[in-house]
Design a protein around this ligand. Structure first.
Ligand SMILES: [Zn+2]
Length: 319
């Protein structure tokens, strides 16, 4: 089961970084470098390292305390997969659902922050893979009636396909609810969230832009919907991935409301736990530990470079 699960999760675009070739040992802590290093190894060999298998299957190791990332954004995910909650006085938005027992843990995380899952009005999902969409059925059953669930048309289709195929293990799905189109802004409570169709990781992958508050400062945050090249079905999909990354990069450069920082779907790919540790020690006047457009651009450039390498391989396969 975990081998296939890892095929879903592996081969992130930054995996070829030579600096990570000598990854330190995995521990029970959620440290990015060893996790990323194991995914690198898995991507190269096609065999999941035994210690990574144990790490992903260890609920204690996946447990991280939820935290307030910005005034109006909370991290409520597990170690290897994110879930972001954006509260507002008239209802909350949740980005991604986790899966299996981790969806229940996410709801517990929300309550631990003093927030009520029953106030969630809108759940937006990045794409149809189990680790992001696997909790939809549970949330539809447990959240308040009238809560809306949103994905792209392609996202709904690929989730239905994976669920029906029991990929990578049996998981339930719901009927499509809101179908998002490119550029569309949807509301959940007072939260406006803009969807972008960013095909590549899967062809139905959506990314999301939304405002986050840090004191007097408002940032335009962005969640890239899919980071890996693990579900590639040919060179056209890799070309779509590269085009989406280029488009997202251009969104960091537009004059009007550029996106300024990345709130990732997989923390280890962006050093999120380490950056978040800075939240507790931040002093007045210091920059936000999760801020930084340059870091976001570097990650995008790494993703694009990895995809260019993969494109060569995919084109050779077709010859
Ligand atoms: Zn995925």
């Amino acid at each position: 089961m975990f081998r296939r699960m890892l095929q879903v999760a592996a081969v992130l675009g930054v995996l070829s970084s030579p600096a990570l070739a000598e990854a330190p040992a995995l521990t029970d802590t959620c440290a990015s470098a060893p996790i990323l290093g194991r995914f690198v190894e898995f991507g190269k060999t096609g065999r999941m390292p035994q210690d990574l298998r144990q790490f992903l299957g260890n609920p204690a190791a996946q447990n991280i305390a939820p935290y307030q990332a910005f005034d109006n954004v909370h991290y409520v995910g597990i170690c290897w997969v994110s879930a972001w909650l954006i509260p507002s006085p008239n209802g909350h938005v949740l980005i991604d659902t986790l899966y299996g027992p981790y969806t229940t843990r996410m709801l517990e995380n929300i309550r631990a922050l003093g927030l009520d899952p029953q106030d969630i009005r809108l759940v937006v999902v990045s794409h149809g893979h189990f680790d992001h969409a696997g909790g939809l059925a549970q949330l539809k059953a447990e959240l308040a009636p009238g809560t809306r669930f949103a994905m792209t048309a392609g996202g709904w289709a690929e989730a239905a396909e994976d669920s029906a195929a029991k990929r990578p293990f049996p998981w339930p799905m719901i009927e499509p609810d809101l179908v998002l189109s490119d550029g569309q802004t949807v509301m959940g409570g007072d939260v406006a969230i803009q969807a972008f169709e960013t095909p590549g990781h899967t062809m139905g992958t959506a990314s999301y832009a939304y405002d986050v508050q840090d004191g007097d400062r408002t940032y335009r945050a962005f969640t890239v919907g899919g980071l890996g090249l693990n579900a590639i079905r040919g060179p056209e999909q890799v070309e779509a991935f590269i085009a989406s990354i280029e488009r997202i990069r251009s969104l960091t450069e537009t004059a009007e409301r550029p996106v300024e920082l990345h709130l990732t779907t997989h923390g280890f790919s962006a050093g999120l736990p380490e950056a978040a540790a800075g939240l507790g020690t931040r002093k007045a006047g210091e920059p936000h530990p999760l801020g930084g457009t340059e870091g976001f651009r570097r990650q995008l450039d790494g993703l694009a470079a990895g995809a260019e390498e993969r494109l060569v391989i995919e084109r050779q396969k077709q010859k």
